[in-house]
Design a protein around this ligand. Structure first.
Ligand code: NAI
Ligand code: MG
Length: 496
């Protein structure tokens, strides 16, 4: 463990890292990749390696699918709904009990401030507890058919073996958003964390075994896009759940279309955040600031386009720029950091490239701007950047940047702002700030987005559906909507 920021870790987190190279979890066993490959996970605050992790290939995917199938047809069938619920509560308790270690690993691997990582762990526990209540409440229906002497009813059955591919921005939370509904529905799963942030998923696999899930129910394959593609391609997988880029999501959706696997996709966004003329700026400015810059802008639902009524524009920009300039960007394990580094050299280069493109197209960075140095300079830090003088057609106004970069633009009327807000291929989130109840509901109805935030940005609850319109995805995560994605409906038609 070479990295300087890792020195700040607790004994338990250090011990976990020093146990590396970390293995795959297949059928209840920790195993090396069949071909022995490994990769390094990197500390984004220093650019130095943290530890080695097994790199799963197609043979490992095949082993994991076989183990998951065996669990589905064997031990998992014998776990009653109340037992399944109990195992899920147990796993939630274990995550909570190991919360400090998990938060440290998340902060080290992803770069986010430790306090935010702690919030992620609490959210993961909460999410599991919500879904732990479901196994005993999955009911079919009796259908009042008109045919004579027929008894017709439905059964809900687990969809089968699930391949779950998650990103690096909220590593454990994104994993739990997929693992929890699968377990609640009685499905075995193969989880693949992102190659940038594998550590908490590895720990999650260990805790699932400790909780007592039968072997093969929770399998964890660390690896990259090739590993993910092998999971999607495997004929023994029944359902794919993916969160990540729209480009990869399109590819996975097309493959699942051909093989007719069930699929849910949570993809990118370019979410409009609208400040109406009567907004309470004491709420709207700090709320909008966190709405884009939280997690260094690496959120699918980041409020990345700020549309401000012309009467308030100058004041809002001046105050937002002030917050941006005052924010402290530093290592996640430094308690003084408001925001951490970006997750990887690749993301640093992407985001710096977008900042360059904004400047080249004539926008003005009133806070932040081109980061000093390059991604090899030790740590992938980018200051909160605020662009003004932005035209609707500019690349920075249209494409997902996935970094701490906000584009601000003025508007005049409700109809105009709704049309401009919707003029994007994406439709994940939208937000609006107003004290007028009628404009709030009118505009909320006009916006094409899976979630509309009113006088806040980014709040959530496990019970609430979350997902995208248009190119932001297919299906919904969270709530009972996501449970349905892991269940088939069987109709039983009986002539009496
Ligand atoms: P990505 O979509 O390539 O990676 C996300 C996950 O998919 C990772 O686990 C990765 O290993 C896996 N993956 C990659 N290619 C795959 C394939 N062909 N088949 C199956 N699985 C595959 O995202 P990446 O490259 O990390 O980030 C690129 C951009 O994607 C970001 O700049 C951002 O715009 C967007 N993104 C959006 C996220 C969201 O929450 N909606 C999360 C992460 C990235
Ligand atoms: Mg990629």
């Amino acid at each position: 463990m070479a990295t300087a920021t890792a020195q700040a870790l607790s004994e338990t987190a250090r011990a976990f890292i020093e146990r590396g190279p970390h293995k795959l979890l297949i059928g209840g066993e920790a195993v090396d990749a069949a071909d022995g490959r490994t990769f390094e996970t990197i500390d984004p605050a220093t650019g130095e390696p943290i530890c080695e992790v097994a790199h799963a290939g197609p043979e490992d995917v095949d082993r994991a699918v076989t183990a998951a199938r065996a669990a589905l047809e064997g031990p998992l069938k014998k776990v009653s709904p109340s037992k399944r619920s109990g195992l899920m509560y147990k796993l939630a308790e274990l995550i909570k009990a190991n919360g400090e270690e998990l938060a440290e690993l998340e902060s080290l691997d992803n770069g986010k401030p430790l306090a935010h990582a702690g919030g992620d762990i609490a959210a993961a526990v909460n999410h599991l507890r919500y879904y732990a209540g479901w196994p005993t409440k999955i009911e079919g229906e009796t259908i009042p058919v008109s045919a004579r002497d027929v008894l017709c009813y439905t059964l809900r059955e687990p969809v089968g073996v699930c391949a779950q591919i998650v990103p690096w921005n909220y590593p454990l939370v994104m994993a739990i958003w997929k693992v929890a509904p699968a377990l609640a529905a009685g499905c075995p799963l193969i989880l693949k964390p992102a190659e940038q942030t594998p550590l908490t998923a590895i720990r999650l696999g260990e805790l699932a075994l400790e909780a007592g899930f039968p072997e093969g129910v929770v399998n964890v394959l660390t690896g990259d896009g090739e590993t993910g593609a092998a999971m999607v391609d495997h004929p023994g997988v029944d359902k794919v759940a993916f969160t990540g880029s729209t480009a990869v999501g399109r590819e996975i959706g097309a493959k699942c279309g051909r093989s007719l696997k069930r699929v849910t996709l949570e993809l990118g966004g370019k979410s409009p955040n609208i400040i109406l003329p009567d907004a309470d700026l004491e709420q709207a400015i700090p709320g909008s600031f966190q709405g884009i810059y939280f997690n260094s802008g690496q959120s699918c639902n980041a409020g990345s386009r700020l549309l401000v009524h012309a009467d308030l524009y100058d004041e809002v920009i001046e105050r937002m720029a002030g917050y941006a300039r005052d924010a402290k960007v530093g290592p996640g394990l430094d308690p003084d950091s408001d925001f951490g580094p970006l997750v990887s050299a690749e993301q640093f280069e992407r985001v710096a490239g977008y900042i360059d493109s904004g400047l080249e197209e004539g926008a003005e960075a009133v806070a932040g701007g081109r980061p000093d140095g390059d991604s090899s300079n030790s740590g992938y830090f980018v200051d909160p950047t605020l662009f003004t003088g932005v035209e609707d057609g500019m690349k920075i106004a249209r494409e997902e940047i996935f970094g701490p970069v906000l584009v601000a633009q003025p508007f005049e009327s409700l109809e105009e702002v709704a049309a401009r807000a919707n003029d994007t291929e994406y439709g994940l989130a939208a937000g609006l700030w107003t004290r007028d109840i009628s404009s709030a509901h009118k505009l909320a109805g006009m916006l094409q987005a899976g979630v509309v935030y009113v006088n806040t940005w980014g709040g959530g609850d496990p019970a609430q559906p979350f997902g995208g319109y248009k190119a932001s995805g297919i299906g919904r995560e969270k709530g009972h909507a996501n449970l349905d994605a892991y269940l088939e409906i069987k109709t039983v038609w009986t002539q009496l």
